[in-house]
Write a protein of this length. Structure first.
Length: 66
């Protein structure tokens, strides 16, 4: 178990980008007619959030010292 409980720059950045992705994707689904490009941009942002977390973890930003 991690001693930092996700309180690192990598975790916060990934969560922020993922939250924006869910908001954009959800907004795309609320339009009438549905905005599929908006939905897929949201999906892409959520995927980017995961990739961003892995990259920042490899750079050392997911350690308790930050």
């Amino acid at each position: 178990m991690s001693d930092n409980h996700g309180n690192t720059p990598a975790a916060w950045t990934a969560v922020a980008v993922g939250l924006i992705g869910f908001a954009v994707g959800g907004a795309g689904l609320m339009f009438s007619p549905i905005s599929y490009p908006g939905f897929w941009v949201g999906v892409a942002l959520v995927v980017v959030a995961g990739i961003l977390f892995v990259v920042m973890d490899k750079m050392g930003f997911h350690e308790s010292g930050h």
